[in-house]
Structure formats: C-alpha cells, structure tokens
Design a protein around this ligand. Structure first.
Ligand code: HEM
Length: 431
C-alpha cells in the first residue's frame, strides 16, 4: 500500500475513534447535565444579546417570565450563561446571599475600560466590585448627612446660573452637569469649573463606550472608551498622589472629601488601600452616581410637569420648609420633613428606574426554585420583574405617589437601589 494512503487511513481511523468517543462523552455529559432553569441561550457567542438590546429589558423579561417561569429563567448575554432571578423572592435570595453563594460581578469589558484590573481582589472572587466593602462605611447615612448644606449651596448656584436666566432649558444635560460637578466636589474637593467640564467630556466618552460592543479597534466607541479610561485614571492618580503627599506633610486631613477618607481606610486585608485601589473606588463612585442621579432628577421633573396636581403638593411642602428658615442652607432634618416629595421621587424611580439591576457570579453550584445554578454562571437581579407588575403595583402605569404611604409595597418589590450588603450607598443622598 502507498505510504500516504496508509497514513490517511490511520488518520481516518483515529478521527473516527475520537469522534465516536466524543459523542459518547457528550451523551454522558448530557445525561448528567444539571437541571438548569428553563429558558433559551440563543445563538453561539452572541446568545440573546441582540434580542435583549432590541426589545429592551422590560419586554425581554416579561416575555420570558410568562413563557418559562415567573421565578427564574436562563439566557445568555455578554458571552455569559446567565440566570435572571425574578420577583420579590428572587430579589430577596440575591440580597441575602451576597458573598455566600454569590459575589458582585461586572463584565470584564467594562472593568477593562474603567479600572486598574490588576488590583481587583480575585482571591475573594469579587471580580470587579464598584466599591470595596470597607468604603461603604465612608458612605453611611451618618457620614453623608453632613454634606446636605453643600449639596444645597451648589444646587442654588446651579439654578441661578444655568436655569433661572433662561425661558427654556434642556433638563437632562443640565442635570448631568450639576450631578457631575457635585460628585467632583464631594468625592475629590475639586471645584474648578473648567477642569470639571473637561473631565466630564472625557467621562461621557468613557461611559457611553464602555457599554458598546467590546471591539477594541481604532475608531470604535469601545476603543475611544478604553483610551478615555486611561486618561481618567492618569488624571486621578495625579490627584491621589498629591493628596497622599499633602496628608503626610500636614499630618492631618485638611479636606472634607471622600478621597481624603479613603486614604485612611483599610481594605479587606486590613492594610491601607494603595493608590490604584483608591482610583478604582473613586471611579466606581463616579460611574454609580452620575448617570443614575441625573436620570432620576430628569424623570422627577418630567412626572411633575405631567401631573400638575402632584406638582402643587410638592410645591406646598417645599415652601413650608423654605418659610421655616431664614436664608440658611438645608439640613438633613429638613430633608427628613420632605415626606410627600420623597414619595413622588420614589414613584418616579419606580416607573423610570435609573439602574436596571446588577450582576452577580455563582461562587458554587446552588439550588434555587428547584433548579441548579452552576458555579461560574452569572446572575442578574433586576427591577423590571416587580416594578411594572400589577401583582405588586396595581395599575402599574399610573403615576401615583400614594402607593408609598402607609405600609407601602410588599418587601423586595420596590428595589431601585438593590438590597443587602451591596445596596446602593447613595440611596440616602437622594432621600
Ligand atoms: C437615583 C439614583 C441612584 C440609583 C437608582 C442607584 C441604584 C443603584 C443600584 C441598583 C445599585 C446596584 C446594587 C447591587 O449591586 O445590587 C447601586 C450600587 C451603587 N451605587 Fe447607586 N444609585 C443611585 C445613586 C447613587 C449615588 C448618588 C451614589 C454615590 C454617592 C451611588 C453609589 C453607588 C455605589 C458605590 C454602588 C456600588 C455598591 C457596591 O457594589 O457595593 N449611587 N446603585
């Protein structure tokens, strides 16, 4: 026999054997495959990302909850197998199991844009948290209360210069400008308007591109975000180094901002955070506070404009507080009196939630609602499984702040800020 023919035959035999054994293995695996939640994982690689993007989260979720299960369904997004936990029970499970069977997770493409990924604590399986656990203490309500007068003085100045002189204004960009300026002041004691405006321009490039298709090629939005992220980190590192130097020279905190507090806080391992870790946390704060707050302000104003009878009641409450003061700035005690206004804000956030939810990663195989969630799968809890559901919010399309009076919604149905240990620490700044 010709040597090439015999070689080809041997290859065919080997291929045949390996194909046969692979098929057997696949069958065996299939028979042992865990009982994962019902759902579809869509196309290879893209999964159901396109459908999710086209139909939007509320429709995507409603359809699958009706078709597969009101408790939990599987899908595939961002190249990851994912289980969507639904309803108050699903929310409660996620919030109660933080760092037990679940840990915070962010898509690697977003982390790459924003963070120094080399200092993210992989050891604890916290893949890319927005905020280190220890930094939550700095943002406790008791600590944030002291910033209310500053927020008020900045809001007054902003209204005088950006709103009052004009007959017509665009609410969303102005809200963005205000919240970003406030964040820069609160987080880094930065109030140079030109500098802030420059950082904001770059920041918008970063946040818009980080959620685009993660194709890092010159000319793509993602590529612009990667470059912008580096500029942002370089700028922040300069500020952080200067602050550390200032702290060492003066031997005490001379500024009342979050960055100065971060310089003295220890991380999960009990040591002071290094500059890259601080940069990650400041960026986490900027990302988490900027877009959410500007969207919230914009929709509150939209809902007030559409509901004049509700506007009148908010106006009355606000004027009552204003009249009780001379020219002093607002305090936390004043904010606590704004009960009706807060219910209006909550109803607005229910109907137009600025944050859709958040991801987790399964640290181990676990069971939920009779199904197995395999280790490594991603979990998504999100507001759309309850906020628009007539079971928890009768006549859900109606703007009705009175639903928050008395006992209010059932527990874990109204979750715009999440819950459990990773609950939004910024919740109180809006309360
Ligand atoms: C209406 C405005 C806001 C909404 C709706 C909102 C919503 C959320 C949601 C849904 C989460 C995810 C929680 C989770 O992982 O389960 C979150 C996390 C977070 N928020 Fe907010 N947020 C708002 C404003 C703010 C503000 C003003 C700040 C800063 C002062 C802030 C700082 C954070 C931080 C740092 C996290 C990450 C917490 C962690 O992973 O431990 N947020 N927020």
């Amino acid at each position: 026999m010709d040597i090439t023919l015999s070689f080809s035959l041997s290859i065919l035999v080997v291929l045949g054997f390996s194909l046969f054994s692979s098929l057997l293995l696949l069958r065996k695996r299939a028979s042992f495959s865990p009982n994962t939640p019902p759902g579809s994982i869509g196309w290879p690689i893209v999964g159901e990302s396109i459908e999710f993007g086209l139909s939007g989260p509320p429709k995507f979720i409603k359809k699958r909850m009706e078709k597969f299960s009101p408790d939990v369904f599987k899908t595939s997004l961002l190249g990851e197998k994912m289980a969507f936990f639904c309803g108050p029970k699903g929310n409660k499970f996620v919030f109660a199991n933080e760092n037990k069977v679940l840990a915070s997770w962010w898509p690697k493409s977003a982390s790459k844009v924003l963070l120094f990924t080399e200092v993210i604590n992989e050891g604890q399986k916290v893949v890319a948290p927005l905020l280190a656990n220890s930094v939550h203490d700095i943002l406790k309500p008791e600590a944030l209360k002291q910033y209310v007068p500053l927020m008020d003085s900045m809001a007054r100045k902003h209204m005088e210069t950006e709103w009052a002189p004009f007959k017509e204004v665009k609410v969303y960009p102005l809200s963005q400008k205000y919240t970003f300026a406030l964040s820069c002041k609160l987080f880094m004691d930065e109030d140079d308007e030109d500098k802030v405006a420059k950082v904001l321009e770059n920041f918008n490039t970063v946040t818009n591109g980080m959620i685009s298709m993660p194709i890092d090629f010159p000319g793509t939005a993602y590529n612009r975000a990667v470059k912008g992220g580096k500029v942002l980190r370089d700028g922040l590192m300069k500020i952080i180094s200067a602050r550390r130097k200032e702290l060492i020279e003066k031997k005490e905190i001379v500024r009342d901002d979050i960055l100065s507090k971060m310089l003295l806080v220890t991380n999960e391992n009990g040591r002071l955070m290094n500059e890259k870790e601080i940069s990650n946390n400041i960026i986490g704060l900027l990302v988490a506070s900027y877009e959410t707050s500007s969207v919230a302000i914009t929709f509150v104003l939209k809902h007030l404009a559409e509901n004049p009878h509700i506007y009148d009641q908010v106006y009355e409450e606000q004027m009552m507080i204003a009249k009780s003061k001379q020219d002093e700035l607002l305090t936390w005690e004043d904010v606590e009196k704004m009960k009706y206004s807060w219910n209006v804000a909550r109803e607005s956030i229910r109907l137009a939630p600025p944050g859709q939810g958040a991801f987790r990663e399964a640290l181990t195989d676990f069971k939920y609602a009779g199904f197995t969630i395999p280790k490594g799968w991603k979990i998504f809890w999100n507001v759309n499984t309850t906020h628009n559901n007539p079971k928890y919010f009768p006549d859900p399309e109606k703007f009705d702040p009175s639903r928050f009076e008395g006992a209010g919604p059932v527990p874990y149905a109204f979750v715009p800020f999440g819950g459990g240990p990773r609950m939004c620490p910024g919740k109180e700044t809006l309360g």
